[in-house]
Design a protein around this ligand. Sequence first.
Ligand code: CU1
Length: 532
Amino acid sequence: MTTIPYKSYLEPQGKYTGLLDWLTSTDHKRIGLMYMYAIGIFFIIGVLLGLLMRIELFKPGETIMGPQTYNGIFTVHGVIMIFMVVIPGLSAVFGNLFMPIQIGAKDVAFPKLNLLSWYIFMAGAILAVLSQFTGNGPPDTGWTFYAPYSTQTGTNVLMAVTAAFVLGFSSILTGLNFIVTIHRMRAPGMTWFKMPLFPWALYSTAWIQLLATPIVGITLLMLIAERVFKIGFFDPALGGDPILFQHLFWIYSHPAVYVMILPAMGVITEIIPTFCQRRIFGYKAIALSSIAIAGVGYLVWGHHMYTSGMSFTARWIFSFLTFIVAVPSAIKVFNWVATMYKGSIALKTPFLYALAFIFLFMIGGLTGLSLGSLATDVYVHDTAYVVAHFHYIIFGGMGFAFFAALHYWFPKMYGKMYNQKIADIAWLILFFGFNMLYFPQFVLGLQGLPRRYYDYMPQFETGEVLSTIGGFVLFIGIIMMITNLIRAARNGPQAPDNPWGGKTLEWTIPSPPPMENFDTPPVVSKEPYDYE
Ligand code: CU1
C-alpha cells in the first residue's frame, strides 16, 4: 500500500475534463481502457448477431429470417468478431494496459502513434458497423470475402472491405509500437530472458501484425480495384484466378489466428504461476515457443484450401507443416501443467478461467489437427465441425483468456475488487453454456451438416436445439460477468495493490497505477517468477 497521495491514471489530468481528457490522452493505460470499452460494445453486437442466427436455427425452415438476411448476419458477425474483437482484443487492451508496466517502462515507445492507432481502429470499426445499414444491404460473402463472388455481389462488400483495410492499419501500427517498446524501453537489468512471458507473447504477435497484415491489406485493395475498375485479378471472366485470392487471404489469415491466440497464451502463462505460487516451469521453452509459433505459422496457410483444387504435393506438404505448428503449442500446455504440479493452488476466478482456457483450447487444438490432416479434412470441410473447432479456439481460447485477464488485472486497473462469488458462478454458467452451444456442432458436422445455411434437414434438429439453448445460457453468463464487473468498477470494495501475490512489476505499483507508472524507474535483477 502506498502512503504518499498520488493521482491515478483514472483521475482527470488537467488541461481538459470529462471525455476530452481521455480522447486526447496518450497514456498507454487509458488507451488500453478505451480499446476495452469500444471492443466490449462490438463484442455485445457480435454476440447479439450470433444469437439471432441461433434463433433462426432453432427450427428447420424459416424461423425468423430469410436466407439473404441470414447471409448478411453471419458475415457481419464474422467481420465484427474477427477484425474488431478478437484480433485487437488482447494486445490492444491488455498489451497496452500492462506490457509497458511489466517491462518497467513509463509508456510505449510512440505514445502519440498509439493514440492514432485507436482513432484508426474506431474509424474502421464505424465503417464496418455502417456497412450493415447502407448500400444494398449488408455484405453476404462471409468474413473471408472470397472472390469472385465478392467482386460480383450487389451487397455492400465495398464498405466492409474498406473497413477491414482500415482496421489493418491500426493493427500494424500497434505491432510496430510494441516491437520498438520491447526492444528499447525495458528497465535496466531486464535482459530478454528476465522479461515476463506476456510481453514475450506480445513481441511474437507484433511481428505477425507488422509483417502479415500488409498482405491482407494489399489483397483487399486488389479486391476493391476489381470491384470498382474491373481489373482482372480474381474473376476468371476477366482473366483472373479465384484461387489466388484464397492464397493471399490465408497467407495473412492463418498467422492472424496466432495474433489472436499468442497473447491469450501469454495471459495464461502469467496467471498460472501466480495462483500456484510456483516459478513457471520451462521459462525459455515457453518464450521461444511463442517465436516458433509466429515463425511456422507463416507456412501452413494452405490447410484452408485442401478442397480448392491445389496439387496433391502442395496439399500433403501443407498438411505436414500444420502438424509441426502444433508442437510449440503443446510445449506450452505441458509447461503449464508442470507448473501446476505440486503447486499450492488457489482456485480463484482468474485461475478458473485459465483452467477453462486449457481445457477448451485442447479440444479446439486437437480437432484442429484432424482438420489439418488432409485425409480427414476433405470429409468435414465446410461443415459445422469447422464452426465448432474455430469457436473452441477463438472463443474458448482467446475469449476465455480475455475473461481470465479481465479478472486477473481488474483490481489493478480500477483499484476495486469484484464480487468473487458471483464471478465464479458466471464462470460456471459461461463454461457450461459454451460447451452446450458448440459441442453439438462437432457431432452435427460429422453427420454432414453444412455450415452457413439458414435451414437444415429435420434429422439435425436435436443438436441445433441444444446448441441454441446453450447460446442463451452462454449469454446469461456473459451478462452476469459484465454486470458484476461494472458494479465493482463503480463501487466495489478497495482492492490491495497485490491481491493475488503476483511477482511481475505491475504488482509493485499502486492500484490503480499513477500516470507514468513508476516514481523511480525500477532496476531488475531477478527472474520474473521467483517464487521458490
Ligand atoms: Cu489456418
